[in-house]
Design a binder for this molecule. Structure first.
Ligand SMILES: [Zn+2]
Length: 123
């Protein structure tokens, strides 16, 4: 078994998660700015929504951006849960079977809550 054993490993994963969090927050910010820009373009009085040929394109861009935003918010919630597990000392333990999740799997997916075997079963 190659589960997490040392506090040093925990700290390494905390750093990894914090780095992912910063990166996700930046994406969240740039998406929010994009949405504000689309919203402003839409509320521009000079654009007639009913007859504007760009209207549907604008809506598409809107829904695409809000979908991405939703994904990033999900990701942030996952990262926060993983950080909370580090604080609680339960990080790296499978939520389903209680076995240690391999370090290799956590390195590939630091927010993983299931060991590779359980992840296969759930899917
Ligand atoms: Zn498991």
């Amino acid at each position: 078994m190659t589960g997490i054993r040392s506090a040093g490993q925990m700290e390494r994963f905390r750093e990894l998660l914090l780095a992912e969090r910063r990166e996700a927050e930046e994406r969240l910010l740039s998406q929010s700015e994009g949405i504000t820009a689309v919203r402003e373009a839409r509320s521009d009085g000079s654009v007639d929504d009913e007859h504007d040929p760009d209207g549907p394109t604008m809506s598409q861009e809107w829904s695409q951006r809000t979908a991405v935003l939703h994904d990033v918010e999900h990701e942030l919630a996952d990262i926060d849960r993983a950080l909370a597990r580090i604080d609680a000392g339960t990080y790296g333990i499978c939520e389903r079977c209680g076995q240690k999740i391999s370090v290799g799997r956590l390195e590939a997916r630091p927010t993983a809550t299931l060991c590779i075997d359980c992840a296969r079963l759930v899917r």
